[in-house]
Design a protein around this ligand. Sequence first.
Ligand SMILES: Cc1cc2nc3c(=O)[nH]c(=O)nc-3n(C[C@H](O)[C@H](O)[C@H](O)COP(=O)(O)OP(=O)(O)OC[C@H]3O[C@@H](n4cnc5c(N)ncnc54)[C@H](O)[C@@H]3O)c2cc1C
Length: 375
Amino acid sequence: MIGSPDVIVIGSGVVGAMCAMQLAESGLAVTVVEEGFGGGGSTGAAMGHIVVMDDSAAQRDLAAHSRARWGEILPTLPVDPSYDQCGTMWLAADDEELAIAGARAAAYTAAGVGAEVIDAHSLAALEPALRPGLAGALLVPGDGVCYPPAAARGLLMRAQAAGATLLQGTAASITTGRVVMADGSKLHAGAIVIAAGIGSNRLIPALPIVPRKGHLIITNRRPGMVRHQLVELGYLASAHGMGAASVAFNVQPRPGGQLLVGSSRELVGFDASINRELCGRMLTRAISMLPDLAAAAVWRTWTGFRPATPDSLPLIGKWLPVDGVWIAAGHEGLGITMAPGTADMIVASIMGTPAPLDIAPFDPCRAMPAHEAFA
Ligand SMILES: Cc1cc2nc3c(=O)[nH]c(=O)nc-3n(C[C@H](O)[C@H](O)[C@H](O)COP(=O)(O)OP(=O)(O)OC[C@H]3O[C@@H](n4cnc5c(N)ncnc54)[C@H](O)[C@@H]3O)c2cc1C
């Protein structure tokens, strides 16, 4: 490889830290540039659900590959990432939704992802705190949850153990082989990977990424009340649409017994303030599904920004307009899940080795649907 270091990775959220670790462990000299605290961006605000979603075949395949890779990586991290393979229960409110669950189970199974449909009786036995009257659920037992900032920290530590260097500072601009820092200093490398999340288009304004705000609420401890990550089947519509503010039921049991209640989506720029009306809608929706939640105390509420793209797929691969630049960004609400497969593809592309997945659907230069949020 050219230059020293071989690769500069800009950003040390879960995606940048994963890329840095895999590049360094492949034998490359890596410098990571981070302006804040590694894992303190979108990664630190996330729910940590490692989930195979199937909005498209490309999304499902990247998520499924990544979930399997997390299974190898998480036990090796030098920081406890609080992993729990609790599975995802996608809840069907009525027979129409149960038919959707059945179709999704068949598609998952055909793709090699374990999934089964649970009837109303079994659902009530597995999750007794849910309201009566649900038609059943789609159970994906291989999904799990982790604590994302700890995972990102562990990845960065492993990268450093493999020789990567962390440079604290802001990357102000990039050209082929060169990063100019905000303090005027210059770094040189053969390859530059932009993994700066919602900050990526500060460096390359043409990247179609906008911040998509989300709220999360954590309650006091209710151990045993919920056993799986519970999500309503309508969640995919909320995640995919780029319309007005939306709320979908999504509750996660934390290892310490607290319940993490999600989630909202809004396009309001970088306004990080708490939208009480939206939090109210999230809690009302959650209590309609889990009536006993009404007795829980809200301990903390926060917001974060998902790096969203117009077609809901991340931007992974070479940025052709600037030679020697790769993009690993724009993962919206699946960046924790998809970090391992993203890094696998970045490593393969930089080193010229075969990739474990078809990288074409994630080409950062691909044509995108028009949307006013990206104008
Ligand atoms: C409310 C919420 C819930 C979520 N839940 C989940 C979930 O359950 N499962 C899931 O898979 N995903 C989830 N996500 C999505 C996930 O958090 C993101 O997709 C993921 O964290 C993106 O990681 P990243 O490394 O690309 O970005 P970030 O974590 O934002 O990291 C980017 C880093 O780059 C640094 N940086 C930026 N610009 C520069 C610069 N110019 N110079 C130097 N450093 C720079 C930043 O300081 C930051 O540390 C959720 C997100 C939100 C907001």
